[in-house]
Design a protein around this ligand. Structure first.
Ligand code: NAD
Length: 480
């Protein structure tokens, strides 16, 4: 029986390994982590992450050929294939601070592997890493190998949170990069055989190591670039009276462009886009490609601009001050169908409003009060470290209350900001919400999910990103 061990039981390691276990009953899969609470949760009825369909898959395999353990060394020792899916945060200090990937966790995993194994292993990079990381890892392993042969493969993960299980069951492609030596090709084949148990052969792409590593960064950069492109258009739409939804529709009909990922919003979030682009920018700079670095940096700059623009709209619409006013925040996760708040635009929007002394009442169906308070007090990039190494927030933000109902959040509020596109926000009783709010009552839709005409009929003043402006907003000072 082939034995797989995955180091890192996070958003990637957990779901990916659960699907491998489901589809390969003859493979034993053990997911290990240094975080005891995380492993305890994986072994309980309350999984540590919310992902549609995940619970079902875990329940089918856990205890059969899928296991979660904190005994990292034992399972690394026993495995034939070791996946490494640990955090790769942005560096906060030293060389490359604010851009380069911090490979501390990766390196410590590699050194531990070298220390404990006694037989040949295939080590698979699952984390998103800078180009040439495999080479560095290979050096660490071979210099400490005691004659053991290691083959390093790059197998970046393309799943999207919220649809992770579907993405894993039916991936657009699986990418495996390896050395172009006979041993490297043999290792590629071993991993290919695992995926081939459910992924059609023509969807499994094999490349050299560097192409695989760079493809992951490139894919995320292209995706984020689409969002920044449509968001840049949304500002122009507001200035000219065009409607960004109509523009996106018309643009996306071109088969060379396609309709997906063209929704204007308050900005992109998630653990990967910003981190991976910063990483790409750093790699470009290190290779003397200043123009290329600046080009990709703009994708992040536009995302920051969009979040600032949103905050400025809220404040300027409400007589240029939100001081002491209650603002309801509907949605805190970085997108619907996940409880993940890493780099969610809600953090910057809330901080912006708090900077103007607003009182916030926040509701998200999947995010806890503790998480929201931590996000609003944590320093930039601190979130991307294992849970037990993250600083605990000594004080909570007093002007923030977290409630478990949209109606409670909006009661007596002056304004409502919709920051996540949860389906339930589309069908709220907005008449009831209006009746219980201060007047004039404002809705700022950062995800373009409400029926603007209907809300205006009720009496709301509505701002919807990239849509023709409400007459009220036209006379307000311009943006950002
Ligand atoms: N989240 C996504 O949607 C996504 C998608 C594709 C790729 N990625 C990449 O995958 C990697 C992991 O992302 P994630 O979202 O799963 O992160 P995560 O923070 O959810 O999980 C990482 C886990 O690794 C554990 N860990 C860290 N060092 C360890 C060690 N030495 N030994 C054992 N466990 C250790 C941590 O405790 C944590 O539970 C990152 O490089 C990320 O960029 C993420």
């Amino acid at each position: 029986m082939v034995k797989i061990c995955c180091i890192g039981a996070g958003y990637v390691g957990g779901p990916t390994m659960a699907v491998i276990a489901l589809k390969c009953p003859s493979v034993e899969v053990v997911v290990v982590d240094i975080s005891v609470p995380r492993i305890t949760a994986w072994n309980s009825d309350q999984l540590p992450i919310y992902e549609p369909g995940l619970e079902d898959v875990v329940k089918q395999c856990r205890g059969r050929n899928l296991f979660f353990s904190t005994d990292v060394e034992q399972h690394v020792f026993e495995a034939d294939i070791i996946f490494v899916s640990v955090n790769t945060p942005t560096k906060t200090r030293g060389l490359g601070a604010g851009k380069a990937a911090d490979l501390t966790y990766w390196e410590s995993a590699a050194r531990m592997i070298a220390d404990v194994v006694k037989s040949d292993k295939i080590v698979v990079e699952k984390s998103t890493v800078p180009v040439k990381t495999a080479e560095a890892i290979e050096k660490i392993l071979t210099h400490n190998s005691k004659g053991i042969n290691f083959q390093i493969l790059s197998n970046p993960e393309f799943l999207a949170e919220g649809t992770a299980i579907q993405d894993l069951l039916k991936p657009d492609r699986v990418l495996i990069g390896g050395r172009e030596t006979p041993e490297g090709q043999k290792a590629i084949q071993v991993l290919k055989d695992v995926y081939a148990q459910w992924v059609p052969e023509d969807r499994i792409i094999t490349t050299n190591l560097w192409s695989a590593e760079l493809s992951k960064l490139a894919a995320n950069a292209f995706l984020a670039q689409r969002i920044s492109s449509v968001n840049a258009m949304s500002a122009l739409c507001e200035a000219t009276g065009a409607d960004v939804s109509q523009v996106s529709h018309a643009v996306g009909k071109d088969t060379r462009i396609g309709p997906k990922f063209l929704n204007a919003s308050v900005g992109f979030g998630g653990s990967c886009f910003q981190k991976d682009i910063l990483n790409l920018v750093y790699i470009c700079e290190c290779n003397g490609l200043t123009e290329v670095a600046n080009y990709w940096k703009q994708v992040i700059d536009i995302n920051d601009y969009q979040k600032n623009r949103f905050v400025n709209r809220v404040v300027s619409s409400m007589f240029n001050t939100v001081s002491g006013k209650k603002i309801a925040i509907l949605g805190f996760a970085f997108k619907k169908d996940t409880g993940d708040t890493r780099e969610t635009p809600a953090i910057d929007v809330c901080k912006g409003l708090l900077g103007d002394k607003a009182r916030l009442s926040i509701y998200d169906p999947q995010v806890s009060e503790d998480q929201i308070q931590r996000d609003l007090t944590m320093k930039k990039f601190d979130w991307d470290h294992p849970l037990h190494l993250q600083p605990t927030s000594p004080t909570s933000v007093k002007q923030v209350s977290v409630v478990w109902d949209a109606y409670e959040a909006t009661k007596d509020a002056h304004g409502v900001c919709i920051l996540t596109e949860w389906d339930e926000f589309k069908t709220l009783d907005y008449q009831r919400i209006y009746n219980n709010m201060q007047k004039p009552a404002f809705v700022f839709d950062g995800r373009n999910i409400v029926n603007v005409d209907k809300l205006r009929e009720i009496g709301f003043i509505v701002y919807s990103i990239g849509k023709p402006l409400d007459p009220w907003l036209k006379d307000m000072p311009a943006v950002a």
